[in-house]
Design a protein around this ligand. Sequence first.
Ligand SMILES: Cc1ncc(COP(=O)(O)O)c(C=O)c1O
Length: 513
Amino acid sequence: MSILSAVDMDGFLRPQCNIRGQESDAGPNVSSLDPSDWSALRSLGHRMLDDLFDDLAGIREEPVWRPMPDAVRAAWNESLPRTATQIEDVYDLYRTQIVPYGVGNRHPQFLGWVHGGGNAVGMLAEMLAAGLNANCGGRDHAPIVCERQVIRWAAEMLGLPDASSGLVLSGTSMANFVAVLVARSAALGAGVRRTGVGQGQLTGYASAGAHMCVARAFDMAGLGAEALRLIPCDANNMISLPDLRDRIAADRSAGLRPFLVVGTAGSVDTGAIDDLSQIAETCANEQIWFHVDAAFGAIAMLSPKLRGLFTGMERADSVAFDFHKWAQVPYDAGCIVVRDSVAHRAAFAREVSYLRRETRGLAAGEPWPVDLGPELSRGFRALKVWMTLKTYGADRIGEVTERSCELARGLAAAIEAEPLLELCAPVPLNVVCFRYRSGDDAMQTAIAADMQENGAAVLSTTIIRGRTVLRAAFVNHRTNQDDVDAVVGAVISTGLARTIQSAVCAEPCGNLP
Ligand SMILES: Cc1ncc(COP(=O)(O)O)c(C=O)c1O
């Protein structure tokens, strides 16, 4: 049997979408995954693109989220497919088993956690990046030059020097981790990379409202999560500066070595922004690395109206933030920017023969991204950031953040005017925490789950001062006032339905002996 007919038997040569090896004068290249005739795959690709646009254009007609039925879930349990399946059939599975059961964050009534809505240009860029298939760990090529451009834009947005270094990463969790590693080697010297950190010497500081990924970064950096001191917050959910200073002093007197303060610029629970100027001052006095977790807040610096809230960011040694949240770049796209590029490089660069840098050819162009972070192989995430910012313009993205904050303030006002609802935290930015007033903690959780399951809207929950609250984060550029009104209506009707249901249930239960 010829190799070609063996391939035939495996189903590669079926007529619909002819995905078989390319033929050349030297005969068929059976190992190539490219089709010999592109026309069927091309037209399927065009259909996929049409479907993507149609999905986005019709997103409002869809429920925000749907639970995955058991039968669909059960279908996700097959063994490794050894033989080929028609791409049309695979695409049908994608349309029926994946698309309807996504997160829902493209939808304007998705207000859960802090999720960006994505954008059509970024979506196309993601496709282009996959087509180019660049490995952005290093070497001298345009995708890396493009990434450096994005980092310079980021530094400009943050008010950091043009010569700052940085990377586009998977998200702020990874960016915070990189920052902790850079601060660690700046404090202990790059030798720490060989010898390890030893026992409990370095201590860092963040507010009790800091995202859990900061403590996890301490853990992953070998410092131990307890080396991160969580400092109490004041009534506005901002880090208490007197407590911060006292704790630094206490740790110094105990012979420990304070090395890092993490300011939060937009806390995950309430959107609170720490007093970054005061933290910068403390860090300067104490000679401590000043890092800012600005996961979503940073993008609001593109708005002249909001920028003032972040004064002090320009004094940071490093800033972590996401493009995939408020900048609407499709997942995933986070970013780290470090003021001192030498310190940044000292935390990661390593000379090895198989990654030797040259002064010319493809192996030129250092520093390489692998010198600035933990990844070697990495995709061209920067393209979707570059295309989004270039196409819409940074001012337009800044306007999106302003609009989100207006909607958040409007929701807060509506809650205060509505006796059935209770506002539970100040709203400095885009996050609103509230409760269905007559319900207990379990009722708040149930309201969020009911609304998710019936597709009305996605809110998440958190705990503020010991009480479970509903939490609406305005991040999606598609959300408008009608959506806010619909969400308020849905919370009230769900709360009333739950109240009636529990009254009905309580009746017979109460009569039981
Ligand atoms: C303040 C803050 N820091 C860090 C993160 C983690 O970011 P990512 O999910 O991009 O890793 C988030 C996520 O919402 C956040 O709000």
